[in-house]
Design a protein around this ligand. Structure first.
Ligand code: 4AD
Ligand code: MG
Length: 462
């Protein structure tokens, strides 16, 4: 009986066996009564070569097939004499399921720029490049769950619609069911959200952290993995308005503890890709990032460096480099500073800790110096910040004071303070931007090329 197989599962046990494969034509080449079709079904990097000869009853039709046509192949697996592949299929029958309109098909053999591919985001998953990226993305998401599940973390889904600004940065997308053409307003012209669907002003979440803290104080070790939204107008190669975030949160845990978890975690997920994606990584290295494998292996093996913010400022000021952005104790670091530290100064990933409290979120634990908080950012080469986290302020008094300073001491957040009223404990967590991780592992220069349909300022197509 014929088996329906995915291309990636073909192995030596099937040699001389009849198989059926479904897929699309990547390329076709004819030579003296024989046609070679490179067929792909998304399951591996290279697809498989199908050899069709003129005895096939629809051979004429086969010689006219163009890139993108969909086929069912019935044939036999044979060892391939060709370089770079172990097996090929000798076709006994080829059914053409869907033709692809020849040269009107936007994806042609010659290859296209990544910018052009973004304009045809509904077709770009069919390319070698996006194929490699999305298989890596899939492995990373699976590896993330398996890392936390092996360590007995509870996976919790926090809400997407929320009244809290978890980062306190005011960069939220509002969600409303009000008629924007005819808003209910009070006598001062202010919108009356009591008439809105939830009876209050709500937005899309910027982070699942506050909800994760609730669960950590009940289940000890938890993580979220879900979509987050930021209305920051950062039109850069590492910002999206909609991105996925992984946020572990651990009770009875201080900043030092979370540093070693982060390092183990990043090494584990990178290691899974090195193990499973030899072909994808080799392709991406050849096309986009000559140092890709070397960098990934280096990060997988070396111990991360830990520096304080104050030490970093000192190093940057003494570096003799001319930076575009100003540099002074108390200011935030820009990606040029972060990249200098990790790429040129220590030449490995950095845990940068103890930032000035003024430039970090309200929930971070204040250090004894009263100037800094127990924050950490993990800095990676090529990217700068990949992870941001902290120990949380667990004292009711301190947290109330911080929230008052930020204008957050109100009914919306009272439940968050309850976590410090009833059985408070030191607890810590971090957020990893999933697309930044995929970008790093795949070597892609632009974050828009590692998510199916990027949402960025001025563009929410598809
Ligand atoms: O540093 P951030 O803002 O930290 C938080 O949201 C905390 N609540 C996390 C926590 O402690 N549970 O964001 C975390 C990470 C960043 O390090 C970055 O990797 C990513 O999220 N990130 C973005 N990725 C893509 N596009 C954006 N606009 C991003 N903003 C943040
Ligand atoms: Mg951050």
């Amino acid at each position: 009986m014929t088996q329906r197989l995915r291309i990636s599962s073909i192995n030596k046990d099937q040699i001389n066996q009849p198989v059926s494969l479904n897929g699309w034509v990547r390329t076709r080449r004819d030579s003296k009564g024989i046609t070679f079709i490179q067929l792909y079904d998304g399951s591996n990097q290279n697809g498989i070569q199908v050899v069709a000869d003129e005895v096939l009853k629809n051979y004429q039709e086969i010689t006219k097939l163009s890139t993108g046509a969909s086929l069912v192949i019935h044939g036999k697996v044979v060892e391939s004499p060709a370089k770079g592949q172990d097996f090929e299929i000798h076709a006994a029958e080829i059914e053409v399921i869907g033709d692809s309109a020849g040269d009107q098909y936007p994806l042609q053999k010659k290859g296209h720029t990544l910018e052009f591919l973004r304009e045809i985001a509904h077709l770009r998953p069919r390319t070698n490049t996006l194929g490699a990226v999305f298989r890596i993305r899939n492995t990373l998401s699976w590896a993330i769950h398996s890392f936390f599940q092996q360590r007995n973390f509870l996976y919790v889904q926090t809400p997407i619609i929320t009244a809290n600004d978890a980062e306190g940065a005011g960069e939220m997308f509002r969600v409303t069911a009000l008629n924007l053409e005819n808003l209910p307003c009070d006598s001062q012209g202010k919108v009356n959200y009591e008439e809105d669907f939830f009876g209050t002003d709500v937005s899309l979440t910027v982070s699942g952290q506050l909800g994760a803290e609730v669960f950590a104080l009940a289940f000890t070790d938890v993580y979220t993995f879900g979509p987050t939204f930021r209305a920051e107008k950062s039109n850069t190669s590492r910002h999206l308005a909609e991105f996925w975030m992984i946020e572990p949160e651990m009770a009875f845990m201080d900043l030092r503890g979370i540093l070693s978890l982060t390092e183990d975690f990043l090494k584990y997920v990178i290691g899974e890709c090195l193990e499973k994606h030899e072909h994808e990584l080799a392709f991406l290295q050849k096309m986009y990032e000559p140092d890709l494998l070397e960098t990934l292996k280096h990060i997988h093996q070396t111990e991360f460096e830990t520096l304080t913010y104050t030490e970093a400022i000192d190093i940057l000021q003494k570096s003799g480099e001319s930076f575009e952005f100003p540099l002074k104790w108390g200011l935030g670091l820009q990606s040029e500073h972060e990249r200098f530290l990790t790429e040129k100064h220590v030449k490995k990933p950095i845990n940068l800790i103890n930032y000035p409290k003024e430039i970090k979120a309200f929930y971070m634990k204040q250090n004894d110096d009263e100037k800094t908080v127990a924050a950490m950012d993990v800095l990676f080469p090529r990217l700068g910040e990949i992870v941001g986290g902290s120990q949380r302020e667990d004292s009711l008094e301190m947290l109330s004071a911080r929230m008052k300073e930020h204008g957050l001491l109100n009914d919306t957040y009272d439940w968050y303070l309850d976590l410090r009223r009833f059985g408070t404990v030191p607890h810590s967590g971090f957020g990893l931007g999933f697309e930044r991780l995929v970008q790093f592992v795949s070597g892609m220069k632009n974050i828009r090329d590692v998510i199916p349909f990027p949402r960025v300022p001025g563009n929410a197509n598809f």
